[in-house]
Write a protein that binds this ligand. Sequence first.
Ligand code: NAP
Length: 335
Amino acid sequence: MINIRQEVPLFSYNTFGIPATASVFVESDDATELADFVRSLPDPSSAFLLGGGSNVLFVSNRCELVIHPVIKGIEVTAETGDDVWIRAGAGEGWDDFVSWCVARNYAGVENLSHIPGTVGACPIQNIGAYGTEVKETVETVETIETATGKTVTFNNQQCQFDYRDSFFKKHRGKYLITAVQFKLSKRFEPNVKYAGLKTELSRNTHVTMENMRQAVISIRSRKLPDSAELGNAGSFFKNPTINTAKSREINELDPQAPLYPVSHGYWKMSAAWLIRHAGWKGMQDGNVGTHKRQPLVIVNYGGATGKEVLDFAQKIIDSVDQKFGIRLDPEVNVV
Ligand code: NAP
């Protein structure tokens, strides 16, 4: 059913806990109703499409129109001896979906446990953690094209997935995601290439999918702030890609610096390392700061505005650039 409300505070709709107001807030659990609503709009491009609000920073204190799809449902649509196809509504919580899959021994998303947000938001960012990216399991993404109200389904290739990026991120607001179809495996092969995860699991002689999920949940709970207690949007910046010359400069400063090869002549550099070595770990400026255990996470200590958070992030960008000649790029969607 469609529910249209006016003057809705967005404070509880973003994990940063930033105050903002939606002039019109539209919620529906039905894709057809949402398509009809989108078709009735004089300017659908002005709508802000809200998922779980875990990767957004409201800088403007007002959004004219917010559309919040709350379409539910997880179902197996096909299976073979080895694989299973699962369709999930955009409004399902991402971690509820992961938990559903792990409980049924469907493998492929267990390393993505405990990531906040919704199923509908997962392809936008191509969410990733511990050596797994959601692009490895997404089969199709069902959307409503906001300009026309038409239903458009994207296959994996059309999603143009990249590191924390996709077609939907590049064309923000143009497609309202209503459901995602995944292809998971009935055969579990643990992916423990990340050192932290390997250590966490070292006491297990035989690693199960449930062990893997619990290990990821334990690490994340230890290292990351709970947004119910301290407003944040997870990693604020992406890990930058640098060339070999720059990687050598970093290596001279610290031979242990975390650098991972991405393609010939290019390396992924830890943004957390850069922020820490620019002196920002645990720093606080007014209501905003970097988290004391994970400097990649910017936190709202209470009462921060989006502008304060953005100004703080800009100081970090400038400082890292000045010290290392590397520009950090926000992962968070600034609205
Ligand atoms: P970490 O283990 O301290 O490592 C720092 C960075 O190095 C990570 O961001 C990771 O990149 C990269 N890395 C580590 N081991 C690697 C390997 N074997 N091969 C390639 N790259 C490697 O990282 P952390 O901060 O504790 O985070 C652990 C995982 O959780 C990471 O995958 C991170 O992305 C994910 N995470 C995501 C969020 C979020 O809000 N999106 C928040 C916290 C953590 P990648 O980030 O590319 O994996």
